[in-house]
Ligand binder design. Sequence first.
Ligand code: NAP
Length: 523
Amino acid sequence: MVAMSTATVSPFRNEPYADFSAPANREAMEKALAQARSCFGREYPLRIGGERISTGDTLVSVNPSSVKEVVGVHHRADAALARRAVESASAAFPAWSRTPAGERVRLLLEAARILRARKMEFDAWLVYEAGKTWPEAEADVSEGIDFCEYYAREMLRLAGPQPVVQLPGERDEMLYIPLGVGVVIPPWNFPLAILAGMTVAALVTGNTVVLKPSSETPTIGAMFGEVLLEAGFPESCITVLTGSGSAVGDVLVQHPKTRFVCFTGSRDVGLRINELAARHQPGQIWIKRVIAEMGGKDPIIVDADADLDNAVQGVLVSAFGYQGQKCSACSRAIVDAKVYDAFVERLASRASAIQVGPCDDPRYYMGPVISESARKTILSYIEIGKSEGRMVAGGAAVPQGGYFIPPTVIADVEPTARIFQEEIFGPVLAVTRARDFEDAIDKANDSEYGLTGAVYSNDPAHLSLARDRFHVGNLYFNRKCTGAMVGAHPFGGFNMSGTDSKAGGPDYLLLFLQAKAVAAKIG
Ligand code: NAP
């Protein structure tokens, strides 16, 4: 076999999306949905290294479109099992860290191949467990494949010679080596892409992993764990530990053998992890590294000369795609006063026309929110919003039986309003009037977050101003503020949006590595 190197793999390209208007794809997806449905209610033990453990303390995941349907039943870990998981990962680290990078990359490319072959199967489970529409599920799984393919190539690059200066009489080199045990804690909203991306980044760089999936989407986590085993990753290097974040999270983060934590989720949990990880524990011989990607309150600016139809369309899909449950979702539209009334009128009429319903039915653009507690929180923000502005879309009837909320637009919102400042994580958009473009930039930056943002404008000077002053990790011009693509749009935000890790970019794997400089006297 030819040794794996940057020369032996094709250049990275993004995974194409299936077109569900094609009858063959539609049929394949319907078959995958029926197949997934026939496996509803299956029981999943947790797995520490090679050991399958049924604790009897189970977590039930349901279909948010039809909450009486049980998608999966998962055995939950307790604190003692969480400790065991870190110790087992620590014991496996020496062997895995010495596995040649080319071999780790080969396994990761195999995982990508398996995911691609089972794409519609994963799509179907995302529809049922995460409440994603078909295209949203397809984008999530495609991104998961992209992360595998991209990080495989990145690892080959980092395993090769690094450009250090050669001193006379020396051979100088710099090697990247892994860190140790990584605790990986993903959210539910990209239950495959983010979970897979963080996990494989840690594994391909030679670290061992304890993966704790979100309690909302444990079935996707368990299935991805099986893909890794099928691809040939040793059982000892990846544990899938289902359990509630509040019960096992602190134990995993604080364990002295945990070397780093890779987290994506809410601001409050991220801050807690950062604080706990910073405290030295008895027996701990390193400073833990924390990679934390957190919330957003993402604005789109609409300039006076913008193409209003494009702007309305961009705001609409950014605000209501996946029910506004993306960290990158637009939750604030900041619109120049000259076009404000026309914009609000067109947006309200388009938002009110959106159909909401169960995600296995492809006629609906919007499905449910993830859980009853999310539904309650979002509804309470809508009540707050009604007192902070003018509701111009929302309140429409939605189907029963699932966690449905209609798309809601609140206009005339002041920057001091709670719905302008706080992350709601649902289909609720605040619209605010700006005096002019500079005022719009100031309002966009009036936030503790700084994840994504977009500008609709035809004025090059305004776009240039935004490029300099709009303080977000991912800025888009004349397009939506969601849908970052691996490779093209390295993803991560500023301020309370996190550590700006830039997932899917050339700096990401360095977060999972440390550099060792070796200088040898020659001659
Ligand atoms: P979350 O409530 O913070 O949960 C995220 C993960 O943390 C889950 O696996 C959760 O487990 C776990 N967790 C909870 N308490 C913990 C603790 N004390 N210690 C360790 N882990 C703990 O967030 P979410 O509701 O899943 O996701 C939505 C949030 O993620 C939003 O704020 C969104 O903006 C953010 N997000 C950010 C990005 C980004 O790239 N910046 C991307 C996607 C999502 P349980 O499920 O068991 O509680």
